[in-house]
Design a binder for this molecule. Structure first.
Ligand code: SF4
Length: 76
């Protein structure tokens, strides 16, 4: 899924890097690097990172629509 971090908003709190280390990483003290095409299996971690960001800097496509509620068994 695609995601975007608004680096103008990002304050480098590193919550996201802590919660989804495969997607986000801190580069030095304040700059964030991330994978804009996070793999599906990172969805849950990503959702937590989005929720945890204190400045709501992270936007991810297709995170919030839980259309196929219940057990999502790798629908494709
Ligand atoms: S949690 Fe938000 S503010 Fe903190 S590093 Fe990640 S995107 Fe930036």
């Amino acid at each position: 899924m695609r995601l975007v971090v608004d680096l103008n908003k990002c304050q480098g709190y590193a919550q996201c890097a802590f919660l989804a280390p495969d997607v986000f990483a801190m580069h030095g003290e304040e700059s964030l690097v991330y994978n804009p095409h996070a793999p599906e299996e990172q969805r849950e971690r990503l959702a937590r990172a989005v929720a945890a960001c204190p400045v709501q800097a992270i936007t991810a496509d297709g995170l919030d629509d839980s259309r196929d509620g219940g057990e999502a068994s790798d629908a494709r």
